[in-house]
Design a protein around this ligand. Structure first.
Ligand SMILES: Nc1nc2c(ncn2[C@@H]2O[C@H](COP(=O)(O)OP(=O)(O)OP(=O)(O)O)[C@@H](O)[C@H]2O)c(=O)[nH]1
Ligand SMILES: [Mg+2]
Length: 435
């Protein structure tokens, strides 16, 4: 793991806390999750000094972990001069407050940490608005939690304590800001739709995958002018970036790189990143990039699949792209995997291994959405003839008197445009058997 900080602030010292969740999962999995949490903490600018696993199945409603463990943690935080304790599981607002008081240091849960990273990573105006929206949605119930807590403390019938009034005001402000951000994001999304409207006729392919799988590295390899930011840290990419990828003559696709997914991706983030994820929804097919060198790559694949379902991706056109084959400790593993996933493409984006096969696979998939058509137009109908030569693959040409008969292969996304263009010819009975 590299140690270049992503923040300007001095790095903080952190303790990680893991619990089996759901309770029946084995300890080894809890440990694996903590490795990922450490990676998240590192990305957010914290050095992990210790990790602690709570074995108990029942959660303490006040502290999440048992009271004994709270005391143990307090010792550790003092001994190691810890700035922050990070829980792999979600804490209720009350638990966070109780733990902060008991441990006398910052306490944050996994969702809070991921939101923090997104906030550091967001560069574009749109990403910043999306992250702020997610953060406010996360904050809102916490403000209300605080309110309940205070009102209970104050008690008394019909009394409105000052704390409550303040929080009510805060909640109203937060709600107003949420509404305004949602409106602004809708405007951006509309603007984006108009801008991309003209590109709709070109097949679109989106890169999806677990964070750090190598999507941006692959984008840079396939489209050398892409300049996508790739780094060995989580959530390097938050904005969608789309580039032209020329597969063959007249076989152009638009390739989009987008935000990565992670286990337990906060729902507020999925919701607020909807406009960014639109590119994934509207793609003709997806390239699912998988980091094969990761021990939990199959679980990561499932996380990606369920996140895709959550954002509403229904279509089945997904090519599994197994990346980082160069980093496999045991090359014989590759043989087994090829047998298990016969349709997957095995590559190394960083080393440029097997990218020709991947391009061919993309071309073949795109090819499935093409159909062969024939048309007969007047030889001087340059508009139609020019369009077909420029945007389709003309496979045959035959002159009949004053007319020319063209056979061409066209992508389904262009059919509507061609029909609109050639409408008059078809009406005049000049279009010949479409297939
Ligand atoms: N060994 C090896 N490393 C790779 C390969 N492809 C990418 N990487 C490394 O994996 C790390 C993550 O790559 P990115 O391209 O940023 O991954 P990403 O999927 O875009 O990640 P996010 O944007 O964070 O979701 C970088 O350090 C890359 O150099 C590969 O084929 N082999
Ligand atoms: Mg990326």
């Amino acid at each position: 793991m590299p140690n270049t900080p992503v923040t300007e602030h001095p790095r903080e010292r952190a303790i990680l806390v893991g619990l089996p969740s759901p309770p029946e999962i084995p300890r080894s999995l809890v440990e694996e999750y903590l490795v990922e949490l450490a990676f998240l903490a590192d990305t957010a600018g914290a050095d992990v000094v210790r990790t602690l696993i709570q074995e108990r199945k029942l959660r303490d409603p006040a502290y999440c972990i048992g009271r004994g463990k709270v005391d143990e943690l307090l010792e550790m935080t003092k001994e190691d001069q810890v700035d922050i304790v990070i829980f792999d599981d979600d804490l209720t607002p009350g638990q966070t407050r109780n733990l902060e008081r008991a441990l006398d240091c910052k306490v944050i849960d996994r969702t809070g940490l991921i939101l923090q990273i997104f906030a550091i990573r967001a560069k574009s105006h749109q990403a910043k608005m999306q992250v702020e929206l997610a953060q406010l949605e996360y904050l809102l119930p916490r403000l209300s939690g605080q309110w309940t807590h205070l009102s209970k403390q104050k008690g008394g019938i019909g009394t409105k304590g000052p704390g409550e009034t303040q929080i009510e005001t805060d909640r109203r402000l937060v709600r107003n800001r949420i509404a305004s951000l949602k409106q602004k994001l809708r405007d951006v999304s509309l603007q984006h739709d108009t801008q991309t409207g003209s590109r709709r006729s070109v097949p679109r392919v989106a890169l999806v995958g677990y964070t750090n799988a190598g999507k941006s590295t692959l984008m840079n390899q396939l489209c050398p002018d892409a300049g996508a930011y790739a780094e060995d840290r989580l959530f390097a990419t938050l904005d969608t970036r789309t580039r032209r990828l020329e597969l063959k003559i007249n076989k152009l696709v638009l390739l989009s790189d987008t935000v990565g997914f992670i286990r337990k991706l906060p729902h507020t983030l999925v919701e607020s990143f909807r406009s960014t994820l639109d590119e994934v929804l509207q793609a003709d097919f997806l390239l699912h990039v998988v980091d094969l060198s990761h021990p939990g790559f199959e679980e990561q694949m499932q996380v990606v699949q369920s996140t895709l379902r959550e954002i509403g991706v229904k279509h089945q056109h997904i090519i599994d792209v197994f990346n980082k084959i160069d980093a496999l400790a045991d090359p014989s593993v590759l043989r087994d995997l090829r047998a298990r996933y016969p349709d997957a493409v095995f590559i190394s984006a960083a080393r440029g291994i097997n990218l020709t096969a991947l391009r061919e696979c993309i071309a073949e998939h795109v090819g499935r959405d093409y159909s062969e058509r024939r048309i007969r137009v007047h030889v001087a109908d340059y508009k139609i003839i020019g369009y077909l030569y420029e945007h389709t693959e003309v496979t045959g040409r035959r002159c009949v008197d004053e007319e020319v008969e063209l056979t061409y292969r066209v992508h389904k996304n262009r059919l509507k445009h061609i029909d609109a263009l050639t409408g008059h010819s078809e009406e005049a009975g000049h279009a010949v058997a479409d297939s």
